[in-house]
Design a protein around this ligand. Structure first.
Ligand SMILES: NC(=O)c1ccc[n+]([C@@H]2O[C@H](COP(=O)([O-])OP(=O)(O)OC[C@H]3O[C@@H](n4cnc5c(N)ncnc54)[C@H](OP(=O)(O)O)[C@@H]3O)[C@@H](O)[C@H]2O)c1
Length: 289
């Protein structure tokens, strides 16, 4: 039986990965089990658990805090990824590294999604540190899958961000009389359950390389918020604003839609539209029937 270690097992994506794997297959690793920035910690855990696959979901991914603390960002997202890659290679394991749409800068222009053969050009420290992580993975572990995804929402909520956008909007809508949401950043919202399912299909293959994995379609954060409120029946006025009006300090791409091109070439791109995935999430959380 294939043994799969999940680093970040209590995280948003990690939780769904662990749930989908059979209990005998999975080695769930929390932050108290492993510190990716410490190669001795990584080495120790994988000497103990000789797994066939390592899925590294660990990250420092609060975009504003990465900008304020680049050392921590590069330590966790780049050196951490390097440490895991070195050890994965040593034990002969396949490695999955989770990356982001923020490796792109949005310079391709509106309506042209990025595929895996486009050249990254990150705008901020978070994106740069994740791209550095990707490069270490490519350099140090032969059997790798680099998975770029975006706008994650999952039942556990992002630990590193204190929840996800869906929960934030529902909470704010109950507290405030109106909401202002950014309308000039376009991306593809993605349900961690669907992402986890696809990752688990890929690890059974030898289709190594970079994969973009998102739910189908795209929207702005404003459009995403509107859909969440419509589906949950919460009535509140939502005002579209620009990133400048929101006074976001850190630059973000205004268009970072990912094209699941590699999956499509393999006939494996069957992810559902984000609107359907959102409905499923809201049902599972019992916001709707
Ligand atoms: N969330 C998004 O919208 C989004 C979008 C695109 C890409 N991504 C990428 O997707 C991945 C998963 O995101 P997520 O939302 O599932 O994140 P998450 O909920 O914050 O989970 C990350 C997990 O990694 C653990 N971790 C953090 N630092 C670690 C370290 N130094 N050593 C060992 N474990 C550590 C965390 O444990 P503790 O909380 O206990 O520290 C947490 O369990 C990340 O790589 C992220 O960059 C996320």
């Amino acid at each position: 039986m294939v043994k799969v270690a999940v680093i970040g097992a209590t995280g948003q994506l990690g939780t769904d990965l662990c749930q989908k794997l059979k209990s005998k297959e999975v080695v769930p690793l929390t932050h108290s089990d492993i510190e990716v920035t410490d190669i001795n910690s990584v080495e120790r855990i994988f000497q103990k658990y000789r797994v066939d696959v390592i899925i590294n979901t660990a990250a420092f991914h609060k975009v504003d805090e990465c900008e304020e603390n680049p050392e921590k960002a590069f330590k966790v997202n780049a050196l951490g990824a390097r440490n895991v890659a070195v050890v994965a290679q040593k034990i002969g394991a396949k490695l999955v590294y989770i990356s982001t749409d923020y490796v792109f800068g949005g310079e391709k222009g509106r309506n042209i999604p990025y595929n895996e053969f486009d050249v990254p050009s990150p705008l901020n420290v978070y994106g740069k540190s994740k791209l550095a992580g990707e490069n270490f993975v490519k350099e140090f572990c032969l059997k790798h899958f680099i998975i770029r995804t975006s706008g994650l929402f999952g039942i556990a909520g992002a630990r590193g961000k204190g929840g996800n956008f869906v929960e934030t909007i529902i909470k704010l809508a109950k507290e405030k009389s109106e909401l202002k949401v950014v309308n000039d950043q376009i991306f593809s919202p993605t349900y961690t359950k669907d992402l986890a399912e696809k990752i688990l299909q890929l690890i059974n293959t030898e289709y190594y390389g970079i994969f973009h994995i998102t739910n189908k379609g795209f929207c702005s954060w404003y459009e995403f918020a509107k859909k969440i409120l419509k589906l949950t029946g919460i009535k509140i006025s939502v005002i579209p604003i620009t990133s400048e009006e929101f006074s976001q300090k850190v630059k973000r791409p205004n268009y970072s839609v990912l094209d699941n091109y590699h999956l499509r070439l393999l006939g494996m791109d069957d992810l559902k539209p984000w609107q359907e995935a959102l409905k499923e999430y809201l049902k599972e959380k019992e916001y709707i029937k």
